[in-house]
Design a protein around this ligand. Structure first.
Ligand code: ADE
Ligand code: ZN
Length: 324
């Protein structure tokens, strides 16, 4: 079976409606929804912000270390069924500490599940701390320090949440610090913001992958640069349809960019909100674009090559190494 890596996945975006209700009951949280259908009726988004409002509201059910472990474990179980062998997952620590959850509670639960991922699901997993762009950069530095103090190992840092109107520059310092500490760097850019946001992620934050990067297509020179630098774009086509970044799947640039030689990867972003996990996204793309088997295989290969796994692990996942 083809091995896939998922490189753009928010753990909190895997919080399924059923789990929201189960955790609300377990933790005695009063939800602002009458029932599951009422909650599901709100999954009709107009843009990124309309989604983020619901996403942050639903997180209030996550309270205990066990809740964070259950959330993470449920994703890993589903990821295994999608054929994922490597998962580099985003976690919005600030969204939890802002609600009064202790950093070691949130991080402890996530870490416990990720630590067991290889043994339980055959998935090699890494954690990327995503800073919230709509909050002051000093709070990103605080979150980074909290992870360092917790002793929970990090693979990298990223940047997400509301893009438009929130400048990149204030985050340069915390990214530089993480890089100096040996961490990998990524950032959401060019999702709702234009191509200039992608350039800033590259030039100001020095990222090694761009998350989304959809609007880079509006800047030919930038596309040439992405090709020359073999810069990965971790794209999320179903997310972009649901958040109206593109009018429909057929209009999504991922396949055109793949055919032009950009190192694009397929990802699910927030699968509980956007209509499916990685296998569902690949199936939707296959249908919308009549993708060839060779193109699907190229997308899978790109995902492994663009991952932050070691060279030995990449070779093994690509079926080239010993122990295959
Ligand atoms: N946080 C969770 N999903 C996100 C997305 N698609 N864009 C920005 N921030 C996010
Ligand atoms: Zn995302």
């Amino acid at each position: 079976m083809t091995a896939w890596a998922e490189l753009h996945l928010h753990l909190e975006g895997t919080l399924e409606p059923e789990l929201i209700f189960a955790l609300a009951e377990r933790n005695d949280v009063r939800l602002p929804y009458a029932d599951l259908d009422d909650l599901r009726s709100r999954y009709d988004f107009t843009d990124l912000q309309s989604f983020l409002d619901l996403y942050y509201t639903n997180m209030q059910v996550l309270r205990t270390e066990q809740d964070f472990a259950d959330l993470t474990d449920a994703y890993l179980a589903r990821a295994q069924r999608a054929g994922i062998k490597r998962a580099e997952v985003f976690f919005d620590l600030q969204a939890h500490t802002a609600r009064g959850v202790a950093p070691e509670v949130a991080l402890g639960g996530v870490h416990r599940a990720l630590d067991a991922a290889e043994e339980r699901y055959g998935i090699s997993a890494g954690l990327i701390l995503t800073f919230l762009r709509h909050l002051p950069a000093e709070e990103a530095t605080t979150a980074y320090q909290q992870v360092v103090d917790s002793g929970v190992p990090l693979l990298g840092v990223g940047l997400c949440s509301t893009e438009l109107g929130y400048p990149t520059e204030p985050f340069a310092e915390v990214f530089a610090r993480a890089r100096a500490d040996g961490l990998r760097t990524v950032a959401h850019a060019g999702e709702e913001g234009d191509a200039s946001y992608v350039r800033l992620a590259l030039d100001v934050l020095g990222v090694e992958r761009v998350d989304h990067g959809v609007r880079a297509v509006e800047d030919d020179e930038l596309i040439e640069r992405l090709i020359a630098e073999r810069m990965p774009l971790t794209m999320c086509p179903l997310s972009n349809v649901r958040l109206k970044v593109v009018p429909d799947l057929a209009a999504h640039p991922i396949v055109g960019l793949l055919r032009r030689g950009v190192r694009v990867t397929v990802n699910s972003d927030d699968p509980a909100y956007f209509g499916g996990y990685l296998d569902d996204v690949v199936a939707a793309l296959r249908e919308a674009f009549a993708l060839s088997e060779a193109e699907i295989a190229q997308l899978a290969r790109n995902s492994i090559e663009a991952s932050f796994a070691s060279d030995v692990e990449k070779a093994r996942l690509l079926g080239e190494g010993p122990g295959h």
